[in-house]
Unconditional design. Structure first.
Length: 154
């Protein structure tokens, strides 16, 4: 029995060590990123600045920060349809349409995809959602590119 307990403890300690390796950026780095991040696509950047950034770009509201994968993970786990419904209908402190009355579902999906990822780790969010695939509009290359990237055709 003591050998089994020692093995279980070793497994637990190893799991905790590995879990700590994937914590993402520290709070200061995340806050700095959230306050300055913009989608590479100029149209989405304009929408983000006027409709999303005030809440998702600072830590003063209950809205998940842009790039805070841990805060976005449970939301993404609800599925994109639920998230879109929350945007359209309003949810919690979020007003209907996120104050973007001229946005469409594709805009909302791309904005959610952008906000839910930290740029150095586009694959890090573990979600059953199909939006979990890397988005060329949110890739590190696009984030650093002065030119907007075209969206891939479906």
């Amino acid at each position: 029995m003591p050998k089994l307990l020692a093995q279980a403890m070793a497994l637990l300690v190893g799991s905790l060590i590995l879990a700590g390796c994937d914590r993402g950026p520290d709070a200061a780095t995340l806050n700095r990123y959230a306050s300055t991040a913009l989608p590479a696509d100029t149209e989405l950047a304009e929408i983000y600045q006027r409709s999303c950034q005030a809440c998702h770009g600072q830590g003063s509201s209950a809205a998940p920060l842009t790039g805070d994968e841990a805060a976005w993970r449970p939301r993404l786990a609800q599925g994109m349809d639920t998230l879109i419904n929350h945007v359209v209908d309003g949810f919690g402190g979020m007003p209907p349409y996120g104050l973007c009355m001229d946005c469409n579902v594709d805009d909302f999906e791309h904005l959610i995809h952008f906000m839910s990822r930290y740029p150095d780790r586009p694959e890090a969010v573990d979600s059953p959602d199909p939006m979990n695939s890397p988005d060329p509009m949110n890739s590190p290359e696009a984030m650093n590119s002065p030119e907007p990237m075209d969206s891939p055709e479906p």
